[in-house]
Design a protein around this ligand. Sequence first.
Ligand code: F6P
Length: 225
Amino acid sequence: MNILLDSAKVDFITSANEYYPIDGITTNPTILAKEKRPYIEILQEIVSIIGSEKMLHVQVLSTNAKEIVKEAEYVSQILNGNIYIKIPVVPEGFKAMMTLQKLNIKVTATAVFTPQQALMAAKAGASFVAPYVNRIDNISGDGVKVVADIVKIFDTYHIKTQVLAASFKNVEQVQKVCLAGTHGVTVSEDVFINLYHHPLTEWSVNTFIEDWESVYGKGAILGEV
Ligand SMILES: O=P(O)(O)OC[C@H]1O[C@](O)(CO)[C@@H](O)[C@@H]1O
């Protein structure tokens, strides 16, 4: 089960990568544009932080297959990493996916809102499909059910493409897609922190330390008192 960070903030990525075994990073044009500096510089920095084995998913901008393939080749060549090219599930996108499969360039199908789109992308050669859970929920859909249905269809047909659920606004959505059997999630900084942060954990840790220090002294640790 993969946990990726949906971010282009290098400070956050650096710190999270130090204290947690994240599986990679997803970016999209919106996330990169927020940083207001050369995108290639950001992507190169991300690869140098996470290394060349963890995944980096980068989205293309072109709307025709030929140009999408060109962008994919450029990004794959210039970045010395484990790159996945994010391509929307539209006809020119499928066409590009078929070409990229032959070129051994890995693809993540993005902007997925239905199980049928996911199946189409898998058959066109995508390694991952990224259903947008919160955006589905926002228009009175059921994002978790979409993920569950994709997982079921892939299982039924023994499809190797993995589900990388995306677009989360809270931990409950993440928990539910995990229960539905998603192969991975990509989460923003806020959601990532909330995956482990709990006020009772903080309170418990502080109480243990207070009780201990009341007897053994401030800063006392095992082996040193
Ligand atoms: O609805 P949001 O939070 O903008 O998320 C859309 C998601 O789609 C992706 O583009 C899929 O990888 C992510 O980068 C992002 O999490």
